[in-house]
Design a protein around this ligand. Structure first.
Ligand code: GLC
Length: 428
Protein backbone atom coordinates (compact mmCIF):
# COMPACT_ATOMS: atom_id res chain seq x y z
CA UNK A 1 0.00 0.00 0.00
CA UNK A 2 2.73 2.41 1.06
CA UNK A 3 4.75 1.47 -2.03
CA UNK A 4 1.85 2.23 -4.42
CA UNK A 5 1.24 5.59 -2.76
CA UNK A 6 4.91 6.45 -3.00
CA UNK A 7 5.07 5.48 -6.70
CA UNK A 8 1.92 7.52 -7.34
CA UNK A 9 3.34 10.65 -5.79
CA UNK A 10 6.63 10.26 -7.68
CA UNK A 11 4.61 9.87 -10.87
CA UNK A 12 2.59 12.99 -10.21
CA UNK A 13 5.74 15.02 -9.51
CA UNK A 14 7.24 13.78 -12.79
CA UNK A 15 4.00 14.64 -14.58
CA UNK A 16 3.99 18.08 -13.03
CA UNK A 17 7.58 18.69 -14.15
CA UNK A 18 6.76 17.50 -17.68
CA UNK A 19 3.68 19.74 -17.87
CA UNK A 20 5.63 22.72 -16.55
CA UNK A 21 8.37 22.04 -19.12
CA UNK A 22 5.87 21.77 -21.96
CA UNK A 23 4.18 24.94 -20.79
CA UNK A 24 7.56 26.71 -20.77
CA UNK A 25 8.39 25.49 -24.24
CA UNK A 26 5.06 26.72 -25.51
CA UNK A 27 5.11 30.21 -24.10
CA UNK A 28 7.63 32.79 -25.24
CA UNK A 29 8.71 35.81 -23.19
CA UNK A 30 9.80 38.82 -25.18
CA UNK A 31 11.66 41.68 -23.48
CA UNK A 32 11.23 45.07 -25.08
CA UNK A 33 11.22 48.67 -23.92
CA UNK A 34 10.66 52.13 -25.25
CA UNK A 35 8.18 54.96 -25.03
CA UNK A 36 4.58 53.99 -24.12
CA UNK A 37 3.32 54.14 -27.73
CA UNK A 38 6.10 51.74 -28.80
CA UNK A 39 5.20 49.19 -26.15
CA UNK A 40 1.55 49.48 -27.19
CA UNK A 41 2.59 48.71 -30.74
CA UNK A 42 4.44 45.58 -29.61
CA UNK A 43 1.42 44.44 -27.60
CA UNK A 44 -0.74 44.57 -30.70
CA UNK A 45 1.89 42.64 -32.67
CA UNK A 46 2.04 39.94 -30.02
CA UNK A 47 -1.72 39.43 -30.25
CA UNK A 48 -1.45 39.24 -34.01
CA UNK A 49 1.31 36.63 -33.74
CA UNK A 50 -0.75 34.60 -31.28
CA UNK A 51 -3.80 34.61 -33.52
CA UNK A 52 -1.70 33.57 -36.55
CA UNK A 53 0.31 30.83 -34.88
CA UNK A 54 -1.43 29.93 -31.62
CA UNK A 55 1.78 30.71 -29.70
CA UNK A 56 1.45 32.98 -26.71
CA UNK A 57 4.14 35.62 -26.27
CA UNK A 58 4.35 37.45 -22.98
CA UNK A 59 5.72 40.96 -23.03
CA UNK A 60 8.34 41.79 -20.43
CA UNK A 61 8.27 45.55 -20.32
CA UNK A 62 11.59 47.37 -20.10
CA UNK A 63 12.43 51.08 -19.67
CA UNK A 64 13.16 53.51 -22.52
CA UNK A 65 16.81 54.25 -21.76
CA UNK A 66 19.19 51.86 -23.53
CA UNK A 67 21.61 51.57 -20.58
CA UNK A 68 18.78 50.53 -18.26
CA UNK A 69 17.46 48.06 -20.80
CA UNK A 70 20.88 46.45 -21.04
CA UNK A 71 21.23 46.16 -17.29
CA UNK A 72 17.87 44.40 -16.99
CA UNK A 73 18.87 41.79 -19.56
CA UNK A 74 22.38 41.34 -18.15
CA UNK A 75 20.95 40.42 -14.74
CA UNK A 76 18.72 37.72 -16.26
CA UNK A 77 21.41 36.33 -18.55
CA UNK A 78 24.21 36.34 -15.99
CA UNK A 79 22.08 34.25 -13.69
CA UNK A 80 21.16 31.98 -16.64
CA UNK A 81 17.45 32.53 -16.23
CA UNK A 82 15.26 30.91 -18.86
CA UNK A 83 13.33 34.18 -19.26
CA UNK A 84 13.23 36.32 -21.33
CA UNK A 85 13.52 33.98 -24.31
CA UNK A 86 13.89 36.61 -26.95
CA UNK A 87 14.74 40.32 -26.76
CA UNK A 88 15.77 43.44 -28.60
CA UNK A 89 19.38 44.60 -28.20
CA UNK A 90 20.90 47.97 -28.98
CA UNK A 91 23.49 47.78 -31.74
CA UNK A 92 25.93 49.09 -29.12
CA UNK A 93 25.82 45.96 -26.99
CA UNK A 94 25.16 43.01 -29.34
CA UNK A 95 28.88 42.08 -29.44
CA UNK A 96 29.12 42.12 -25.67
CA UNK A 97 26.18 39.70 -25.44
CA UNK A 98 27.66 37.45 -28.13
CA UNK A 99 31.04 37.41 -26.49
CA UNK A 100 29.46 36.50 -23.13
CA UNK A 101 27.94 33.52 -24.96
CA UNK A 102 24.40 34.61 -24.14
CA UNK A 103 23.03 34.40 -27.67
CA UNK A 104 21.75 31.32 -29.45
CA UNK A 105 23.28 31.08 -32.96
CA UNK A 106 20.50 31.38 -35.51
CA UNK A 107 22.10 29.66 -38.52
CA UNK A 108 20.53 26.25 -38.00
CA UNK A 109 17.04 27.74 -37.66
CA UNK A 110 17.58 30.03 -40.66
CA UNK A 111 18.58 27.05 -42.77
CA UNK A 112 15.79 24.84 -41.53
CA UNK A 113 13.20 27.50 -42.31
CA UNK A 114 14.88 28.45 -45.62
CA UNK A 115 14.83 32.06 -44.53
CA UNK A 116 16.42 34.61 -46.87
CA UNK A 117 18.80 36.80 -44.87
CA UNK A 118 20.14 38.64 -47.95
CA UNK A 119 17.33 41.18 -47.64
CA UNK A 120 18.86 42.85 -44.56
CA UNK A 121 21.38 45.73 -44.77
CA UNK A 122 24.55 43.84 -45.56
CA UNK A 123 26.90 46.27 -43.89
CA UNK A 124 24.85 46.31 -40.70
CA UNK A 125 24.55 42.52 -40.52
CA UNK A 126 28.27 42.02 -41.08
CA UNK A 127 29.20 44.66 -38.57
CA UNK A 128 26.80 43.71 -35.82
CA UNK A 129 24.99 40.41 -36.23
CA UNK A 130 27.84 38.05 -36.97
CA UNK A 131 30.10 36.70 -34.29
CA UNK A 132 32.83 34.16 -34.98
CA UNK A 133 31.22 33.31 -38.29
CA UNK A 134 27.77 32.70 -36.78
CA UNK A 135 24.63 34.80 -37.09
CA UNK A 136 23.63 35.71 -33.54
CA UNK A 137 20.98 38.38 -34.19
CA UNK A 138 19.10 40.18 -36.97
CA UNK A 139 18.32 43.88 -37.37
CA UNK A 140 14.75 44.92 -36.51
CA UNK A 141 15.32 48.59 -37.23
CA UNK A 142 18.26 50.79 -38.04
CA UNK A 143 18.85 54.28 -36.74
CA UNK A 144 20.97 57.15 -37.96
CA UNK A 145 21.11 60.66 -36.50
CA UNK A 146 19.20 63.28 -38.51
CA UNK A 147 18.64 67.02 -38.45
CA UNK A 148 14.99 68.00 -38.10
CA UNK A 149 14.27 71.62 -38.93
CA UNK A 150 11.33 74.01 -39.01
CA UNK A 151 10.68 74.56 -42.73
CA UNK A 152 8.22 77.34 -42.02
CA UNK A 153 10.64 79.34 -39.87
CA UNK A 154 13.62 79.01 -42.19
CA UNK A 155 11.44 80.23 -45.02
CA UNK A 156 9.99 83.10 -43.00
CA UNK A 157 13.46 84.35 -42.11
CA UNK A 158 14.78 84.02 -45.65
CA UNK A 159 16.98 80.95 -45.29
CA UNK A 160 16.45 78.94 -48.43
CA UNK A 161 18.04 75.70 -47.23
CA UNK A 162 18.80 73.91 -43.99
CA UNK A 163 22.35 74.52 -42.72
CA UNK A 164 25.21 72.50 -44.21
CA UNK A 165 27.77 73.44 -41.58
CA UNK A 166 27.65 73.88 -37.81
CA UNK A 167 28.61 77.54 -38.31
CA UNK A 168 25.54 78.04 -40.45
CA UNK A 169 23.38 76.25 -37.90
CA UNK A 170 24.65 78.58 -35.17
CA UNK A 171 24.11 81.64 -37.35
CA UNK A 172 20.50 80.78 -38.32
CA UNK A 173 19.67 79.74 -34.78
CA UNK A 174 20.98 82.93 -33.15
CA UNK A 175 19.09 85.04 -35.64
CA UNK A 176 15.73 83.27 -35.45
CA UNK A 177 15.87 82.55 -31.72
CA UNK A 178 16.65 86.21 -31.05
CA UNK A 179 13.55 87.33 -32.85
CA UNK A 180 11.18 84.63 -31.61
CA UNK A 181 12.18 85.09 -27.97
CA UNK A 182 10.20 88.33 -28.00
CA UNK A 183 7.00 86.31 -28.14
CA UNK A 184 8.17 82.94 -26.84
CA UNK A 185 10.79 83.20 -24.07
CA UNK A 186 11.15 79.40 -24.06
CA UNK A 187 12.30 79.17 -27.67
CA UNK A 188 15.73 77.64 -28.41
CA UNK A 189 17.70 77.27 -31.62
CA UNK A 190 18.93 73.69 -31.34
CA UNK A 191 18.04 70.72 -29.15
CA UNK A 192 20.11 67.53 -28.94
CA UNK A 193 20.94 64.71 -26.52
CA UNK A 194 23.47 65.89 -23.91
CA UNK A 195 22.45 63.99 -20.76
CA UNK A 196 24.94 61.51 -19.35
CA UNK A 197 23.94 58.30 -21.15
CA UNK A 198 24.62 56.42 -24.37
CA UNK A 199 22.85 59.02 -26.51
CA UNK A 200 25.54 61.57 -25.58
CA UNK A 201 28.15 59.34 -27.21
CA UNK A 202 26.04 59.13 -30.37
CA UNK A 203 25.86 62.94 -30.52
CA UNK A 204 29.57 63.32 -29.74
CA UNK A 205 30.48 60.90 -32.54
CA UNK A 206 28.50 63.00 -35.01
CA UNK A 207 30.09 66.28 -33.91
CA UNK A 208 33.59 64.83 -33.79
CA UNK A 209 33.47 62.65 -36.92
CA UNK A 210 32.04 65.58 -38.88
CA UNK A 211 35.34 67.26 -38.03
CA UNK A 212 37.48 64.27 -39.02
CA UNK A 213 37.74 62.98 -35.41
CA UNK A 214 35.95 60.25 -33.48
CA UNK A 215 36.61 57.40 -31.08
CA UNK A 216 39.48 55.44 -32.56
CA UNK A 217 40.62 52.16 -31.01
CA UNK A 218 43.37 50.39 -32.90
CA UNK A 219 45.89 47.76 -31.87
CA UNK A 220 44.87 48.11 -28.25
CA UNK A 221 45.27 51.91 -28.17
CA UNK A 222 42.46 54.41 -27.85
CA UNK A 223 42.84 57.88 -29.33
CA UNK A 224 40.56 60.64 -28.08
CA UNK A 225 42.85 63.53 -27.39
CA UNK A 226 42.99 65.09 -30.85
CA UNK A 227 42.47 68.66 -32.04
CA UNK A 228 39.39 67.52 -33.98
CA UNK A 229 37.75 66.01 -30.89
CA UNK A 230 38.66 68.96 -28.68
CA UNK A 231 37.16 71.36 -31.22
CA UNK A 232 34.00 69.26 -31.45
CA UNK A 233 33.63 69.12 -27.66
CA UNK A 234 34.19 72.87 -27.50
CA UNK A 235 31.35 73.35 -29.98
CA UNK A 236 29.03 71.20 -27.85
CA UNK A 237 29.90 73.40 -24.86
CA UNK A 238 29.51 76.62 -26.85
CA UNK A 239 26.04 75.69 -28.10
CA UNK A 240 24.84 75.77 -24.49
CA UNK A 241 27.07 78.33 -22.75
CA UNK A 242 28.42 80.70 -25.39
CA UNK A 243 25.82 80.91 -28.13
CA UNK A 244 23.06 79.90 -25.72
CA UNK A 245 21.05 78.30 -28.50
CA UNK A 246 20.71 74.97 -26.65
CA UNK A 247 18.82 74.95 -23.35
CA UNK A 248 20.70 74.76 -20.03
CA UNK A 249 19.05 71.43 -19.21
CA UNK A 250 20.74 69.87 -22.27
CA UNK A 251 23.32 68.15 -20.07
CA UNK A 252 21.00 67.23 -17.20
CA UNK A 253 17.85 66.03 -18.90
CA UNK A 254 17.99 65.91 -22.66
CA UNK A 255 17.54 62.36 -23.94
CA UNK A 256 15.66 61.38 -27.13
CA UNK A 257 12.13 61.81 -25.81
CA UNK A 258 12.81 65.08 -23.96
CA UNK A 259 14.37 66.52 -27.10
CA UNK A 260 11.56 65.25 -29.30
CA UNK A 261 8.85 66.74 -27.10
CA UNK A 262 10.63 70.07 -26.81
CA UNK A 263 10.76 70.39 -30.60
CA UNK A 264 7.28 68.99 -31.08
CA UNK A 265 5.83 71.64 -28.78
CA UNK A 266 7.11 74.22 -31.23
CA UNK A 267 9.92 75.43 -29.00
CA UNK A 268 12.96 74.79 -31.18
CA UNK A 269 14.23 75.54 -34.66
CA UNK A 270 16.54 72.52 -35.06
CA UNK A 271 16.55 69.10 -33.47
CA UNK A 272 18.99 66.18 -33.62
CA UNK A 273 17.13 62.92 -33.34
CA UNK A 274 16.67 59.44 -34.77
CA UNK A 275 14.17 58.67 -37.56
CA UNK A 276 11.43 57.63 -35.12
CA UNK A 277 10.68 61.28 -34.31
CA UNK A 278 9.32 61.94 -37.81
CA UNK A 279 5.97 60.19 -37.56
CA UNK A 280 5.37 61.67 -34.10
CA UNK A 281 6.10 65.19 -35.33
CA UNK A 282 3.61 64.51 -38.10
CA UNK A 283 0.94 63.16 -35.76
CA UNK A 284 -2.38 64.92 -35.29
CA UNK A 285 -1.67 66.52 -31.94
CA UNK A 286 1.79 67.75 -32.89
CA UNK A 287 2.34 71.54 -32.91
CA UNK A 288 4.82 71.15 -35.77
CA UNK A 289 2.79 68.94 -38.07
CA UNK A 290 3.63 69.70 -41.74
CA UNK A 291 6.20 72.27 -40.65
CA UNK A 292 9.17 69.92 -40.38
CA UNK A 293 11.93 69.03 -42.80
CA UNK A 294 14.70 66.43 -42.49
CA UNK A 295 18.30 66.93 -43.58
CA UNK A 296 21.68 65.32 -43.03
CA UNK A 297 23.41 66.62 -39.91
CA UNK A 298 25.69 69.63 -40.41
CA UNK A 299 29.48 69.31 -40.49
CA UNK A 300 32.56 71.34 -39.70
CA UNK A 301 33.74 73.35 -42.71
CA UNK A 302 36.48 70.86 -43.62
CA UNK A 303 34.56 67.72 -42.64
CA UNK A 304 31.62 65.68 -43.92
CA UNK A 305 28.14 65.06 -42.56
CA UNK A 306 28.05 62.02 -40.29
CA UNK A 307 25.31 59.96 -38.64
CA UNK A 308 25.95 57.51 -35.84
CA UNK A 309 24.73 54.00 -36.53
CA UNK A 310 22.02 53.13 -34.05
CA UNK A 311 19.29 50.56 -34.08
CA UNK A 312 17.93 47.50 -32.37
CA UNK A 313 18.50 43.83 -33.12
CA UNK A 314 16.58 40.75 -32.12
CA UNK A 315 18.26 37.71 -30.58
CA UNK A 316 17.39 34.56 -28.62
CA UNK A 317 18.75 33.68 -25.19
CA UNK A 318 21.03 30.66 -24.91
CA UNK A 319 19.14 29.79 -21.72
CA UNK A 320 15.68 29.85 -23.30
CA UNK A 321 13.51 26.75 -22.98
CA UNK A 322 11.49 27.84 -25.98
CA UNK A 323 14.08 28.40 -28.69
CA UNK A 324 12.08 27.07 -31.63
CA UNK A 325 9.00 29.11 -30.77
CA UNK A 326 11.22 32.12 -30.12
CA UNK A 327 12.70 31.76 -33.58
CA UNK A 328 9.22 31.59 -35.05
CA UNK A 329 8.51 34.90 -33.33
CA UNK A 330 11.84 36.40 -34.45
CA UNK A 331 11.05 35.42 -38.03
CA UNK A 332 7.67 37.11 -37.72
CA UNK A 333 9.21 40.36 -36.42
CA UNK A 334 11.68 40.61 -39.31
CA UNK A 335 9.18 39.50 -41.97
CA UNK A 336 8.36 41.91 -44.81
CA UNK A 337 4.84 42.38 -43.54
CA UNK A 338 5.82 43.39 -40.00
CA UNK A 339 8.82 45.45 -41.08
CA UNK A 340 6.50 47.38 -43.37
CA UNK A 341 4.18 47.93 -40.44
CA UNK A 342 7.08 49.30 -38.39
CA UNK A 343 7.78 51.75 -41.18
CA UNK A 344 4.15 52.72 -41.81
CA UNK A 345 2.90 52.96 -38.24
CA UNK A 346 5.96 54.05 -36.26
CA UNK A 347 8.08 55.62 -39.00
CA UNK A 348 10.98 53.38 -37.96
CA UNK A 349 13.56 52.33 -40.48
CA UNK A 350 13.37 48.63 -41.16
CA UNK A 351 16.45 46.44 -41.01
CA UNK A 352 15.31 44.97 -44.35
CA UNK A 353 16.36 46.90 -47.41
CA UNK A 354 13.50 45.64 -49.61
CA UNK A 355 10.88 47.60 -47.63
CA UNK A 356 12.48 50.91 -48.71
CA UNK A 357 11.19 50.49 -52.26
CA UNK A 358 7.64 49.62 -51.21
CA UNK A 359 5.27 52.08 -52.91
CA UNK A 360 2.99 52.50 -49.91
CA UNK A 361 5.94 53.10 -47.58
CA UNK A 362 7.40 55.69 -49.95
CA UNK A 363 4.08 57.42 -50.32
CA UNK A 364 3.68 57.75 -46.56
CA UNK A 365 7.34 58.67 -45.91
CA UNK A 366 9.02 59.98 -49.08
CA UNK A 367 12.23 60.68 -47.12
CA UNK A 368 12.79 56.90 -46.85
CA UNK A 369 14.27 56.92 -50.35
CA UNK A 370 17.15 59.16 -49.11
CA UNK A 371 17.46 57.46 -45.76
CA UNK A 372 18.59 54.29 -47.44
CA UNK A 373 21.78 56.19 -48.39
CA UNK A 374 22.18 57.59 -44.89
CA UNK A 375 22.43 53.99 -43.69
CA UNK A 376 25.17 53.22 -46.14
CA UNK A 377 27.32 55.99 -44.65
CA UNK A 378 26.72 55.70 -40.94
CA UNK A 379 29.58 55.62 -38.46
CA UNK A 380 29.43 52.77 -35.95
CA UNK A 381 30.47 52.95 -32.34
CA UNK A 382 33.52 50.81 -31.53
CA UNK A 383 32.45 47.21 -31.83
CA UNK A 384 34.04 45.77 -28.69
CA UNK A 385 32.81 43.39 -26.00
CA UNK A 386 33.72 45.99 -23.35
CA UNK A 387 32.39 48.96 -25.32
CA UNK A 388 29.83 49.96 -22.70
CA UNK A 389 32.59 50.49 -20.12
CA UNK A 390 34.53 52.72 -22.51
CA UNK A 391 31.29 54.53 -23.27
CA UNK A 392 30.65 55.17 -19.55
CA UNK A 393 34.06 56.81 -19.17
CA UNK A 394 33.61 59.07 -22.21
CA UNK A 395 30.04 59.95 -21.22
CA UNK A 396 31.19 61.04 -17.77
CA UNK A 397 33.94 63.30 -19.12
CA UNK A 398 31.85 64.83 -21.90
CA UNK A 399 29.03 65.54 -19.53
CA UNK A 400 31.46 67.26 -17.15
CA UNK A 401 32.47 69.58 -20.01
CA UNK A 402 28.85 70.42 -20.76
CA UNK A 403 28.23 71.08 -17.07
CA UNK A 404 31.19 73.50 -17.14
CA UNK A 405 33.25 71.38 -14.76
CA UNK A 406 36.07 70.31 -17.14
CA UNK A 407 37.82 71.95 -20.07
CA UNK A 408 37.44 70.06 -23.38
CA UNK A 409 41.14 69.28 -23.61
CA UNK A 410 41.40 68.00 -20.03
CA UNK A 411 38.30 65.89 -20.61
CA UNK A 412 39.80 64.26 -23.70
CA UNK A 413 43.15 63.61 -21.98
CA UNK A 414 41.52 62.11 -18.90
CA UNK A 415 38.92 60.08 -20.77
CA UNK A 416 41.64 58.67 -23.01
CA UNK A 417 43.76 57.69 -20.00
CA UNK A 418 40.85 56.05 -18.14
CA UNK A 419 39.55 54.24 -21.22
CA UNK A 420 43.05 52.95 -21.96
CA UNK A 421 43.14 51.34 -18.50
CA UNK A 422 39.95 49.43 -19.32
CA UNK A 423 41.43 48.24 -22.60
CA UNK A 424 44.58 47.01 -20.76
CA UNK A 425 42.45 44.96 -18.37
CA UNK A 426 40.69 43.20 -21.25
CA UNK A 427 43.88 42.64 -23.23
CA UNK A 428 45.59 40.77 -20.42
C1 GLC B 1 18.66 54.81 -30.11
C2 GLC B 1 19.59 54.03 -31.01
C3 GLC B 1 20.60 53.28 -30.20
C4 GLC B 1 21.35 54.24 -29.30
C5 GLC B 1 20.36 54.98 -28.41
C6 GLC B 1 21.08 56.01 -27.58
O1 GLC B 1 17.84 53.94 -29.41
O2 GLC B 1 18.89 53.14 -31.81
O3 GLC B 1 21.50 52.59 -31.03
O4 GLC B 1 22.33 53.60 -28.52
O5 GLC B 1 19.38 55.60 -29.19
O6 GLC B 1 20.21 56.65 -26.73
Amino acid sequence: MFKTKFTMSILSVVLLIITARCAKEDVVTFAVGGAPYEVEFWEILLDEFESQTGTKVNLLRQPTDTDQRRQGLVIALKSRRDEPDVFLMDVAWVTQFAMSDWLEPLDEYVEREKMNTDVFFDRVVNLVDKYRGKTIALPVYVDGGLLYYRKDLLKKYGYGKPPHTWDELVEYAIDIQGDLRRTNPDFYGFVWQGAQYEGLICNFLEFSASNGGGIVIKDGKIVLNTDENIEATQLMYDLIHRYKISPPNTFTEMKEEEVRMFFQQGNALFERNWPYAWSLHQSEKSEVRDKVGIAPLPRFSRGRSVSTLGGWHIGISRYSDAKSKSFEFLKFVVSYEIQKKLAMELGWNPGREDVYSDDEVLEKSPHFADLRNVFDNVVPRPNLPYYTQISDVIQKHLNAVLADRLAPETAMIEAEREAQKIIEIYRR
